[in-house]
Design a protein around this ligand. Structure first.
Ligand code: ATP
Ligand code: MG
Ligand code: MG
Ligand code: MG
Length: 564
């Protein structure tokens, strides 16, 4: 490729509104251009990088046995009403109406659509497990779009959804995706870490995020130097509203035990709580052992929690113990209408971590967290606090260290949340209808491009990891317009390497050397060869790797072989 046919849209100045380095460099290198808040065009250079990420993701998803499909970006409201998310997703969901006044949304994610497909197409457990994925544009009306494509409103995601007949099969499928993600981020050449994440769902469900490590990352990660333990402290940084923001009518409903069934009450509670909380702790009224649950982002989880509560004897800490250990102010406890003398302690924060944790948010309100996993022995009540950097790890091995990360992937065991709500069943071995278990797995394809730059750059520009570089080699001809010898040598090298399959870019502009060198460093192409008249007379050209401090002289005669 020649720059004369592949124009570079580089900028000398740092764009004023770009806060982080990747955003600045992507604009300056001419990879992206802004259309409106959170909306970006991918220019030809940027698109080459985006496609590289996409290709590696696709290859590893295919290798893992997932099946690629493409679903519509625009989705009918009915499906979201079925799952309950139409009401609960909030303003991040871009809602539209067609000419017949029918309601739609632009998909921020595709659980509803894929569940609709599978409930129609899958009949028997024999067709399971199966994993469908797509690489497709999503829209989320982010409250604060920023950092360019890192937190955009329209962005490219790989989203995958697996379906299973049993929890064990789901766990296997999840593990396969974990391995695939590990391979993907290894192949991308990025330093990354997988961390425990907010599952935002009922205890027992599992989720992990993959983070590209970079000082500018929005998330704080605590990781142990003595084990594999790592977790996202996300929950401590985004305070939710306090319980007293409950609408008076809802608060009253919560306080009056006047509803008949557990389900109805849980639903009522969920509706009220959903506006303000992600996690709920249910515990008994007297000093007998309490029960703790985490509710997700809709009332379904709460219904499930109530059902499980009614059906099972789940015993954790006592109410008094929880209160004492967490120091949660009385203001956060509201008696609600659950049966059997159960009370609900409302946690206005989301839930995280494998053990109890507590802390204070920016408004100095206390919160507690719990992620309850049946397979993990519950901690003693003495451990009811949030781990901090510098402390031993929750698993008893090593010390915790804090670092910053950019969330580039998220894998999740959803369980039967969507399949139950949307009646997605298959016949099991005994010929009975059974709701499928489901996992979902996202990768921020476009965010990865920005994250890679956050991790790999210097004062002068981008330093691409080879697997992501838009070109592998840049040839700079010095004075190509004046010297026939230079022109011939540069073009000949370019043609030979291109024929050999090397992604090579020849800077054949009539620009000054200083301009070409500055652009070379900004673009961050891993290898560069400079061909000039003086060197050529001695049969030499100059080679420099993007990370090298100095160039080395190489023989022009053997250069193609050296580079190949
Ligand atoms: P975040 O915490 O950054 O808002 P999320 O947890 O809301 O992300 P998921 O629902 O887990 O995102 O979506 C899967 C992946 O999509 C994320 O891991 C991230 O890499 C990417 N992603 C999410 N939101 C955006 C966005 N606004 N712009 C670019 N990529 C995004
Ligand atoms: Mg988000
Ligand atoms: Mg997140
Ligand atoms: Mg996430």
């Amino acid at each position: 490729m020649r720059v004369s046919q592949f124009p570079l849209f580089t900028l000398k100045e740092v764009p004023a509104d770009a806060e982080v380095v990747s955003h600045q460099l992507m604009l300056r290198a001419g990879m992206i251009r802004r259309l409106a808040s959170g909306l970006y065009s991918w220019m030809p250079l940027g698109l080459r990088v985006l496609r590289k990420v996409e290709r590696i993701v696709r290859e590893e998803m295919d290798r893992a046995g997932a099946l690629e499909l493409v679903m519509p970006a625009v989705q009918p409201a009915e499906l979201w009403q079925e799952s309950g998310r139409w009401k609960h997703y909030g303003p991040e969901l871009l809602r539209l109406k067609d000419r017949h006044d029918r309601e739609f949304c632009f998909g921020p994610t595709h659980e509803e659509v894929i569940t609709d497909i599978t409930r129609r197409e899958l009949k028997s457990y024999r067709q399971l497990p199966v994993n469908f994925y797509q690489i497709q544009t999503k829209f989320r009306d982010e409250i604060r779009p920023r950092f360019g494509v890192m937190r955009a409103r329209e962005f490219l995601m790989k989203d995958a959804y697996s379906f299973h007949i049993s929890e064990a099969s789901l766990a296997e499928g999840y593990e396969t995706m974990f391995q695939a993600y590990t391979r993907i981020f290894q192949r991308l050449g990025l330093r990354f870490r997988s961390v425990e994440a907010d599952s935002g769902s009922i205890g027992g469900s599992v989720s992990r995020e993959f983070h590209v490590l970079a000082d500018s990352g929005e998330d704080e990660i605590l990781s142990s130097d003595g084990s594999e333990y790592a977790a996202n402290t996300e929950l401590a940084s985004s305070p939710g509203p306090a319980i007293d923001t409950l609408a008076p009518a809802d608060a009253e409903k919560c306080a009056t035990p006047d509803t008949e069934t557990v389900e109805a009450q849980a639903k009522m509670l969920g509706l009220a709580l959903d506006r303000i909380v992600k996690s709920v702790v249910v515990m008994s009224d007297d000093d007998t052992p309490a029960v703790l649950f985490i509710a997700g982002d809709d009332e379904l989880n709460l219904i499930k929690a109530a059902r499980a509560l009614a059906a099972e004897e789940v015993r954790l800490a006592t109410a008094e113990e929880v209160l004492e250990a967490t120091g949660v102010p009385k203001g956060f406890i509201g008696p609600v209408g659950l049966p059997d003398g159960l009370r609900v302690l409302v946690d206005h924060r989301a839930a995280t971590a494998t053990n109890f944790s507590s802390g204070a948010n920016e408004k100095d309100q206390h919160w507690i967290n719990l992620n309850w996993n049946r397979d993990v022995p519950l901690p003693e009540t003495a451990d009811l606090r949030m781990a901090k950097a510098g402390e031993p790890a929750p698993d008893g091995k090593g010390t915790l260290h804090s670092s910053r990360g950019i969330e580039v992937g998220h894998i999740f065991q959803l369980g039967r949340k969507y399949s139950e709500a949307m009646n997605a069943t298959v016949l099991d071995e005994n010929g009975r209808d059974q709701a499928m278990y489901m996992g979902c797995y996202g990768i921020g394809v476009s965010r990865i491009v920005a994250a890679a730059i956050e991790q790999n750059h210097d004062q002068k520009g981008i330093i691409w990891p080879a697997p992501l570089a838009p070109f592998q080699l840049l040839i700079i001809g010095i004075g190509m317009d004046r010297s026939e010898a230079v022109r011939e040598a540069a073009e000949d090298l370019h043609d030979r390497l291109q024929q050999a399959g090397v992604e090579v870019l020849l800077d054949d502009r009539d620009a000054r050397p200083g301009v070409k060198f500055a652009d070379a460093e900004l673009l961050g192409i891993p290898h560069r060869v400079v061909i000039g008249d003086r060197g050529l007379k001695e049969g030499k050209v100059e080679y420099q790797g993007r990370r090298d401090d100095e160039s080395t002289k190489l023989d022009y005669a053997g250069i193609a072989d050296t580079l190949l």
